[in-house]
Ligand binder design. Structure first.
Ligand code: FES
Length: 623
């Protein structure tokens, strides 16, 4: 057998396997063998290949009989027709030698490895068969004081192996650029900012560096690496609309620390300060741990049995005395689909009223309505993953690096790479600082500004005619109305230079794929629905809808706003968005729930408060 570059296969230890475009040797071997097939140190699942430690070396040859050369597999593309040896004697010796050299400069008395077996360096050392280090100690771990200045993070550079994972995590994942490497040889060391303390640096406490560090050179005050835990529990963060997956380490039934799992689609090993470190409220003395019932004007703890009995008796009594419409429920977009489904089913099928609502219909109701009018459904059209596939991003009325930090970090990474980024916001947000175009409009003028963008796209003939013809309705009259607008008047209304708007519009329309993101700066205005419809119009006239890397993407406020709406926690729409006030659909719900389902109009949240004040509403269940 000899090398044939037309092959789309390569050989691992003599057996042929197919290659995917863009694969490195390491990803190729991991896909066909196991994810632990090759030891690595400087490589990490959510970082770009770096190739500094060489522990991942394999032998590569162009024929089955050699000659072979050692190559770092993590950053070398797999070559069609090549022959890869993963565990030859030569490679085993090389890996062992490399790790031995790393260990000469690393203290071997660290608790991280002794107690918790949680040091990747020690795991790799054991794997490559190291029992004793044959070389004299280096000096890197001497004379180093710990940096304990940070409220959450700790740094002990005596344990640093100069793999750069922390530096890359800060750059590539969070985009904060706080860490860098200073010095040469044994004097190489990680510094924060201009060699200041952790506390004085610009660190945003996301903890990406601590999670990336393969030893405990950077860790956290919760000793997440050095304490043996009883169990790790997977959960979802409830702080914002990103909904990061979290892995909670539990000791004696208490939350000890939190990490972000790498296999989570939404956050891929990253989370923010809140998701990772803000968990002490679980233990707060003010936290309610038993049901409380008001007796003689005082809230007093009672048993669950007593609480349930009271709730059931009271709701039954109110229903009989005042009718089911005297009761209402507010469901929660921080809860699961199952919980939301049951909540609306309880209010409709058990209580017998459509008085059910949740925040999905409140802060982003213009998104739901505007997108329903434009597309037929009020859901984000694309996935956050698609940021990797887009060529232009438009963010309007949102400050994602503050309000949706993990998604914000991805958008910031996009903008920092110099890719076309349009920020439409009166404020100079963090993202606006990196944006190609910051359209700092006067508050409340979103409609005027988006009309300007539409005007320039149409007047510059940048519409996607084929998409418009095949997939839209009513375009001609829309076009005429947009072209009839007085662009100078709009520029005056928005306070934005019309040439800047023109450039931004051209960037959005000419990008092969453009994605938009919007937040409450769009929806919490009286013209919110129209703004969402115009954002949708922008996507439609440029054909930026219906494929990966494009679309209209609301940044919602809670982790399951979409699910709560899908499950039917809105007065006018039952599960699956069917019209709760339509007699024909009502029959379907009745057949499905096998009981009578109300047809009467339900109260929205503000109406519930009015009804409470005027005495019409007697009981409200908040989930
Ligand atoms: Fe490949 Fe470090 S893991 S060079």
């Amino acid at each position: 057998m000899t090398y044939n570059k037309l092959n789309t296969i390569a050989y691992i230890n003599g057996s042929p396997y197919d290659i995917l475009p863009g694969e490195t040797i390491l990803s190729f071997i991991k896909r066909h063998k196991s994810k632990d097939a090759i030891p690595t140190l400087c490589d990490a699942p959510n970082l770009d290949p770096f190739g500094s430690c060489r522990v991942c070396s394999v032998e590569v040859g162009l024929s089955a009989d050699g000659p072979f050369r050692a190559q770092a597999s993590c950053h070398t593309p797999v070559m069609p027709g090549s022959f890869i040896l993963t565990d030859s004697d030569k490679i085993k010796k090389l890996r062992k030698n490399i790790v031995e050299l790393v260990l000469t400069d690393h203290p071997l008395d660290c608790l991280t490895c002794e107690v918790n077996n949680n040091c990747e360096l020690q795991t790799v050392a054991a794997r490559v068969g190291i029992r004793d280090v044959r070389y004299p100690e280096g000096k890197n771990h001497l004379d180093r004081t710990k940096d304990l200045s940070h409220p959450y993070m700790t740094m002990d550079l005596s344990k640093c192996i100069n793999c750069y994972r922390c530096v890359r995590a800060c750059d590539e994942v969070q985009g904060e650029m706080v860490l860098s490497m200073s010095g040469r040889g044994f004097d190489s060391r990680i510094i924060k900012g201009n060699d200041v303390s952790f506390f004085e640096s610009d660190c945003v406490s996301c903890g990406a560096c601590a999670q990336a560090c393969p030893t405990s050179a950077i860790s956290d005050v919760f000793e997440s690496k050095s304490v043996a835990v009883d169990q790790k529990i997977r959960t979802v963060c409830t702080y914002c609309g990103v909904g990061c997956n979290l892995e909670v380490s539990v000791v004696n039934d208490r939350v000890k620390s939190i990490q972000a799992p790498y296999d989570a689609e939404v956050n891929q090993g990253h989370t923010c300060l809140k998701g990772r470190f803000a968990f002490s409220f679980y233990e707060h003395p003010d936290r309610i741990k038993t049901p409380l019932l008001r007796k003689n004007g005082e809230l007093v703890p009672v048993s669950w049995d007593e609480a349930y009995r009271f709730i059931a008796d009271k709701l039954t009594e109110i229903k009989h005395q005042y009718g089911p419409d005297a009761i209402a429920g507010i469901s929660s977009a921080r809860c699961t689909n199952e919980e939301n489904y049951l909540m609306q089913k309880f209010i409709r099928a058990v209580i017998g009223t459509n008085n059910i609502d949740c925040c999905a219909r409140v802060c982003h109701s213009p998104t739901a309505l505007g997108m329903q009018k434009a597309f037929g459904t009020g859901a984000a059209t694309n996935s956050i993953e698609d940021i990797k596939l887009t060529d232009c991003i438009m963010v309007i009325g949102a400050n994602p690096t503050d309000a949706h930090p993990v998604t914000g970090a991805k958008l910031k990474q996009f903008a920092m790479k110099g890719k076309p980024t349009i920020v439409i916001d009166p404020r100079r947000t963090e993202l606006a600082k990196y944006a190609t175009y910051h359209l700092a409009l006067k508050p409340g003028t979103n409609v005027a500004l988006l009309n300007m963008m539409l005007y320039y796209i149409i007047s510059e003939n940048l519409e996607d005619s084929s998409f418009i013809e095949k997939r839209t309705e009513g375009y001609q009259s829309f076009r005429e109305q947009i072209l009839a607008l007085n662009i100078d008047e709009l520029a005056q209304i928005t306070g934005v230079d019309k040439n800047l708007v023109r450039k931004a519009a051209i960037a959005y329309a000419t990008a092969p794929n453009a994605m938009s993101f919007h937040g409450l700066g769009v929806t919490e205005h009286t013209q919110g629905t129209f703004t969402v419809m115009l954002i949708s119009d922008l996507a439609m006239i440029t054909g930026n809808i219906g494929r990966p890397g494009v679309g209209v993407n609301p940044l919602r406020g809670q982790n399951n706003v979409q699910g709560a709406a899908d499950m039917g926690c809105q007065p006018h729409q039952g599960a699956g968005y069917l019209n709760a006030y339509d007699p024909e659909i009502n029959k379907q719900y009745e057949a499905f729930y096998k009981t009578q389902i109300p047809l009467g109009k339900g109260l929205k949240i503000p109406e519930m408060f009015d009804a409470s004040i005027n005495g019409q509403l007697k009981a409200l269940w908040l989930m």
